[in-house]
Write a protein that binds this ligand. Structure first.
Ligand code: WQD
Length: 341
């Protein structure tokens, strides 16, 4: 019998790509999603790519009674990957309690069920945001947390602490936290991708929407950083590469290869790229001219952050493989697909 993995937030951006990679290697998947920031049609995209359908349960993880009932029905789960969370930095500043309430309650409910129902393996969707502006670059997993810039970032820090404390007294529950740098791009089929609601906060969806004519121009937030071209530097990682790291993490736990509990890995390319370099690369690879202007820095942005990927490469045995050109092209193909361009 195939192993069964629960993916919370499985109709979301990173979740849906991970469901595809899990199913591609033969896992069965059940998704829990309340569709607060995703659409049910994503399930069709996943089915078209993989030739199989994921099981789907629509409810909110903060509803403990429903979650308990779910675990009573799906007794044979082999692992849980937890993506479901609110993720808008700006909104979290406006509505901190919404973020603490949702992101932390759902995590605690899930962990409690996993302990009670003896589900042994847990992967958590963490973020490079926990590092703030690191003292040293590239940043390793050993770097200490910096005071969070937003309630969103704080929920990721607190979540990692909750996981640490929980597995410390529940050694039968093994956890891996994956700290994502900046996930971008879409599946090469253009059947699934990122579906931002309203005005995108993130750089690449804003770029593709500008090229598609949905936005008038891109605002580049700051050109006075202490970087070669003055714009801020990030580590942009292809979402399919990122998804594959979750499959590797699940296999690692199933095969008892973990060396500590929890384990923590950076997921990035190891390469820093500036905002202006992304703009140029997008123009080169798509042939689209992008209208942009330089504006003031965005509050809360750090100057430069990119991953030391040694631990993920050597210990986890995972490496980002897809080129930045293919990645930007996949983002553009996805945008064109949803806009019928
Ligand atoms: C990247 C760069 C912007 C938009 C955030 C979260 C992080 C993670 C990913 C996930 C920055 C610049 C952006 C625009 C711009 N969270 N930019 N014009 O801020 O590195 O990370 O998303 O769920 O936790 O903090 O990503 O894509 O917003 O910005 O110039 O219109 O692009 O200033 O330098 P960020 P981003």
């Amino acid at each position: 019998m195939n192993k069964l993995i629960l993916v919370t937030g499985g109709t979301g951006y990173i979740g849906s790509h991970t469901v595809v990679e899990l199913m591609n290697v033969g896992f069965d998947v059940v998704i829990i999603d309340n569709l607060s920031n995703s659409e049910k049609s994503v399930l069709d995209g996943i089915a078209e790519i993989t030739g199989r359908r994921a099981y789907f349960e629509q409810f909110d993880l903060c509803d403990k009674e429903k979650l308990d009932n779910f675990f009573k029905v799906y007794k044979k789960l082999d692992a849980v990957i937890h993506f479901a969370a609110y993720k808008s930095v700006g909104e979290s500043v406006e509505k901190p309690l919404k973020y603490y309430q949702n992101n932390l309650t759902s995590l605690m409910n899930l962990l409690e069920c996993m302990v009670n129902f003896n589900i042994p393996h847990f992967v958590f969707s963490s973020s490079a945001t926990v590092y703030g502006q690191p003292d040293q670059l590239p940043v390793t997993e050993k770097a200490s947390f910096k005071p969070a810039d937003s309630p969103y970032g704080n929920t990721k820090q607190i979540a990692e602490e909750i996981i640490y404390d929980t597995v410390s007294v529940n050694p039968n529950l093994q956890a891996i936290s994956l700290r994502y740098f900046n996930p971008i791009g879409a599946h090469s089929s253009a059947l699934i991708g990122e579906l931002p609601t309203g005005v995108p906060d993130n750089l690449v969806p804003f770029i593709t929407q500008t090229a598609a004519g949905v936005r008038t121009e891109l605002k580049v937030f700051g050109d006075d950083y202490n970087t070669p071209d003055g714009s801020a530097i990030r580590d942009y990682i292809n979402v399919v590469d990122l998804a594959k790291a979750h499959v590797v993490s699940i296999k690692r736990m199933i095969e008892n290869k973990t060396k500590s509990n929890p384990e923590v890995f950076n997921l990035g390319t190891g390469k820093g790229t500036s905002v202006l370099e992304i703009v140029k690369a997008f123009e080169n690879v798509t042939g689209e001219k992008l209208k942009y202007k330089i504006v003031d820095r965005r509050e809360g942005d750090v100057e430069s952050v990119y991953a030391d990927t040694k631990l993920a490469n050597e210990e986890l045995g995972w490496k980002a493989e897809i080129s930045s050109e293919d990645t930007l092209l996949s983002a553009w193909n996805w945008e064109k697909n949803i806009r019928d361009i």
